[in-house]
Design a protein around this ligand. Structure first.
Ligand code: AMP
Ligand code: ZN
Length: 116
C-alpha cells in the first residue's frame, strides 16, 4: 500500500480523527474503532512500514520505540497490574486489514484463548 493512501498515516497527520490515548515524538496509541475487548488499543510508529517483518528488516529500532511506549502506557494506566495481550497480524492468513505496522493492546477484562 502507498503511504499516501494509508489510513494510519492519515490518523498520524490528523486528517482522519482518532481517540488518542498515548503519544510521544515517535509513537501514537489510539482506541480501535471495533473493539474486541473492554480495552482495545492500537500502537503505531510515526514512520510508515507495512508489516512487522518489513519493519524488522528496515527499521528494527521501531520495535523498541513501540514496546517502550506500550510499557509506559500499561504502567501509567495500571493495566500492567491485571495483565494484557499484545497482538500483531501479518498478511492474509494473519488477518491483517490495515497495512501500516501496528500492535493491538488488549485487556480490561480476562481474555479467552485465541486462534481460529
Ligand atoms: P488488523 O486487522 O490487524 O490489520 O487491524 C486493523 C485494526 O484497525 C482493526 O482492529 C480495525 O478495527 C482498526 N481500525 C481501522 N480503521 C480504524 C480507525 N479509523 N480508527 C481506529 N481503528 C481503526
Ligand atoms: Zn502508514
Amino acid at each position: 500500500m502507498n503511504k499516501a493512501d494509508c489510513i494510519f498515516c492519515k490518523i498520524i497527520a490528523g486528517v482522519i480523527p482518532s481517540t488518542k490515548i498515548y503519544e510521544n515524538d515517535k509513537v501514537l496509541g489510539f482506541k480501535d474503532l471495533s473493539p474486541h475487548a473492554a480495552k482495545h488499543l492500537l500502537f503505531i510508529h510515526k514512520r510508515h512500514t507495512t508489516n512487522v517483518n518489513q519493519l524488522t528488516e528496515t527499521d528494527p529500532q521501531q520495535l523498541t520505540d513501540l514496546f517502550r511506549a506500550m510499557r509506559e502506557y500499561t504502567k501509567d494506566s495500571k493495566m500492567d497490574q491485571e495483565g494484557f495481550r499484545i497482538v500483531t497480524n501479518e498478511g492474509s492468513f494473519g488477518g491483517q486489514t490495515v497495512f501500516h505496522t501496528h500492535f493491538h493492546l488488549l485487556g480490561g477484562e480476562p481474555l479467552g484463548r485465541f486462534g481460529k
